[in-house]
Design a protein around this ligand. Structure first.
Ligand code: SF4
Length: 193
């Protein structure tokens, strides 16, 4: 009969107890296992995208940067130098590697046309041009120069913007400047939620 998960845990615990009774310190062995896993990996500091807490993470990637090598994420952990989480991650953030390596992860923009029942891939240049066209069309159609009392308001009520917790301060500064310059009132960010 194949060993169950419970059998495995019993054996592991028994092994650990036996090791400590015999005077072995397993800590260096565990540390070595971890070191081997991320040996020669490059470190990238990033932000967990799942919630507004915005915990800092370190993403470890294998691959020497050569053109014929596809970089591969081997490990993600909390960033001990990050002021928000000091190296800790909740269970959701701890599973971030599965999000990065997920086969359903979108790697290119998609568009769902009016009346369509599916999303289609679109080139980045086409997506940006199309967004520009729709922004202009929506702004022209919904711009309000004066309110019902005749006050000059110059606002665009037909477009909204929402950002995410991974957006940097610099990015958000540019977003607010750009959106306000077009008269947008509805500007929000997930990190405020
Ligand atoms: S690790 Fe957890 S608490 Fe931190 S940002 Fe991600 S989801 Fe939020």
């Amino acid at each position: 009969m194949a060993p169950t998960r419970r059998d495995f845990l019993k054996l592991s615990t028994a092994g650990g107890v036996a090791a400590s009774i015999l005077g072995f310190d397993l800590a260096p062995a565990y540390a070595e296992m971890r070191a081997l896993k991320i040996a020669r990996a490059s470190e990238t500091r990033s932000t967990c995208p799942y919630c507004s807490v915005s915990c800092g993470v370190i993403i470890y990637t294998q691959g020497d940067g050569a053109k014929n090598v596809t970089p591969f994420v081997v490990h993600v952990e909390g960033d001990p130098d990050h002021p928000i989480n000091r190296g800790t991650l909740c269970p959701k953030g701890s599973s971030l590697q599965q999000d990065i390596l997920n086969e359903r992860r979108l790697l290119k923009p998609q568009v769902r046309r009016p009346g369509s029942d599916r999303w289609d891939d679109i080139a980045w240049d086409d997506a940006i041009n199309e967004i520009g066209r729709w922004v202009k069309k929506s702004r022209d159609a919904t711009f309000v120069e004066k309110d019902a009392q005749g006050h000059t308001v110059n606002r665009c009520e037909g477009i909204a913007w929402t950002g995410g917790c991974t957006d940097t301060n610099e990015f958000n500064y540019l977003v607010v400047k750009t959106m306000r310059s077009m008269g947008l009132c509805y500007i929000e960010n997930q990190a405020r939620v």
